[in-house]
Design a binder for this molecule. Structure first.
Ligand code: SAM
Length: 538
């Protein structure tokens, strides 16, 4: 399908003939495929994804054909049998013994600074299986894949081990300072389906909180599913208009506006974006972005960071939105810290007043079209923290006996607070439990913390979300490790064999990662995987 003629005219005018033509040509090439790993489930020090008895691995960019041969000839005691034979030349994973540990090398895979990156063997297996080729250079956990696999038929996708996320948009973590975000309270104002929400959730850690808001109810449910799957337990999903959630004034350390836009950056990936594009739509989007930014500004505390992004090349929706914001908020704006971008990555860095701006053009950087900008609200901007009036209290206390039963399922129960909402028990990290209570009292919160399940006769009937929670204590119930085929049967909510399951409730895992629960009663197995999440594809 052709690019819209008025779009082509504009980019040739704005970017000049040569640059404009290069952009249009790139929009007719295939999109790169990329994922972002979940550190809570794939970290080198993370117990939950380790396969017992297997060792840590390193991934480097060396050409590994020789070592690969070594593995095949049996010289290596590495933990990935047959790895070299897997999935063709681009995904060779040889294993060699080094100082009592195992080293795994994936062709072309290295950190942005050229150093080897460490991850565990299950992660190396995952990267190999998906055909990971190299890191997304501006993202700590991002990887490009050689081709698009059928993610739906990969149990690790359902375990929340990674999120399929376009590469350019992964830069937002870097713009917010990466690990410097630990402990922060972030508002992701336009959040569904949750690509950036899950990235922020990984960065703020268990001391922080992400409030992920989505105006569209159906999309908010998808967002909630993705948040549960990510399993960090530090996200509250709300479904309201920006002005409602932003009544929590000067309450957030970071407000991220990933604005609904005319989607020119998606022209390569999505023909629908080309069909829907019009100059009228661009104007409508720009006006809507102004409204959203006004609300976002109220929610940001003095000294906090505003992150604005779109997936369009359109100046009116990008620099234009920032200029219009500066026209009324000018005196309250301040510079954000500098962000290092390697020139070789092809990101176009610029300024709009105090805003630092970052443009991704597909003919320059390896990703889709994307625009992002950061600035701060001046520390002396004024404005007091205000929360809207509580409408009702929906969280009630759990009794001591129930709390003891709930604690049994968690690795760090002392860091959590328990409560009950409509008959289901929840846990929230203590650091943000009061904040979540304030939100729940005032706004429609779709999910928050970790749904643990319901207590019957003193025993917990666990919720599917608990299986996906990275802080689950695996000693709480027997673990049933399924092969991939059986795991897919489980994820389809089909019958699975009782053999290998203990009597009663089991944690169902595949490749060492938790998927859900199942209950064995004699020769029968009750598949407890949520119906709404089941794979429907044949
Ligand atoms: N941040 C998301 C991610 O990384 O997965 C993508 C967000 S998408 C670009 C923009 C979102 O804004 C959509 O989910 C859309 O439903 C929502 N939206 C649409 N109109 C809106 C409005 N008036 N106010 C706030 N959000 C709106």
């Amino acid at each position: 399908m052709e690019l819209p003629a008025r779009f082509v005219e504009r980019v040739l005018r704005d970017l000049g003939e040569a640059e404009g033509r290069a952009l249009c040509a790139a929009l007719d090439t295939p999109s790169p495929v990329s994922i972002r790993l979940n550190p809570a489930k794939c970290g080198a020090d993370e117990g939950s994804c380790r396969i017992p008895g297997e060792d840590a691995l390193r991934i480097s960019g060396e050409d590994v054909a020789a070592e690969c041969a070594g593995l095949v000839s049996g010289k290596c005691a590495g933990p990935i049998p047959g790895a070299c034979a897997a999935e063709g030349a681009d995904s060779r994973v040889p294993v060699t013994g080094v100082a009592g540990r195992s080293v795994c090398r994936v062709s072309g895979a290295e950190a942005a600074d050229g150093s080897a990156a460490t991850c565990d063997d299950a992660v190396a297996g995952l990267l190999r299986r998906l055909g990971a080729t190299e890191r997304v250079p501006w993202s700590d956990a991002g990887w490009y894949l050689a081709a698009r696999p059928l993610f739906t038929l990969d149990s690790d996708f359902h375990a929340g081990a990674y999120y399929v996320q376009e590469a350019s948009s992964q830069v937002v973590g870097r713009l917010l300072g990466g690990d410097a975000l630990r402990g922060a309270r972030v508002l992701d104002l336009c959040a569904a389906p949750g690509g950036k929400t899950t990235l922020y959730a990984s960065l703020v850690g268990t001391e922080g909180l992400v409030v992920a808001n989505e105006i569209d109810r159906r999309r908010a449910q998808v967002l909630a599913d993705n948040v549960r799957k990510w399993g960090t337990g530090n996200v509250a999903v709300t479904c309201c208009e920006p002005r409602t959630v932003c009544d929590f004034e000067a309450w957030f350390d970071v407000v991220a506006v990933d604005a609904p836009c005319s989607g020119e950056g998606m022209f390569r990936k999505d023909d629908g974006a080309r069909v829907e594009w019009s100059e009228g739509n661009v104007r409508m989007c720009a006006a809507r972005q102004d409204d959203i930014l006004r609300e976002a500004w109220r929610a940001l505390r003095p000294g906090g960071t505003l992150l604005y992004s779109t997936c369009t090349f359109n100046r009116d929706e990008d620099e234009g939105s920032l200029e219009r914001l500066a026209a009324w908020a000018g005196g309250e704006l301040a510079e954000a810290p500098e962000v290092r971008m390697d020139a070789a990555w092809g990101v176009v860095c610029g300024r709009v007043g105090v805003f630092r701006t970052f443009r991704f053009y597909p003919h320059r950087a390896r990703g889709e079209g994307f625009f992002a900008a950061v600035a701060r609200k001046a520390p002396d901007a004024g404005g007091r923290t205000r929360t809207p009036k509580a409408r009702r209290s929906i969280i009630s206390a759990v009794d001591r006996t129930s709390a003891a039963e709930l604690a049994r399922w968690l690795r760090e129960p002392e860091r959590m607070r328990f409560g009950e909402v409509a008959g289901t028990c929840y846990a929230w990290y203590a650091a943000q439990a009061e904040a979540v209570r304030q939100l729940s009292d005032a706004l429609p919160v779709i999910c928050s913390g970790v749904a643990l399940g319901q207590i019957f006769k003193g025993r917990l009937k666990p919720d599917g979300a608990l299986a996906l929670f990275a802080g689950l204590d695996r000693g709480a119930v027997p673990v049933a490790e399924l092969g991939e085929e059986e795991a897919l049967r489980y994820l389809r909510r089909q019958e699975i064999a009782a053999q290998g399951l203990a009597e009663g409730v089991n944690l169902v895992c595949a490749r060492g990662r938790a998927l859900g629960f199942a209950k064995r009663i004699g020769a029968r197995v009750n598949n407890m995987y949520p119906n709404s999440l089941r794979i429907v594809m044949k």
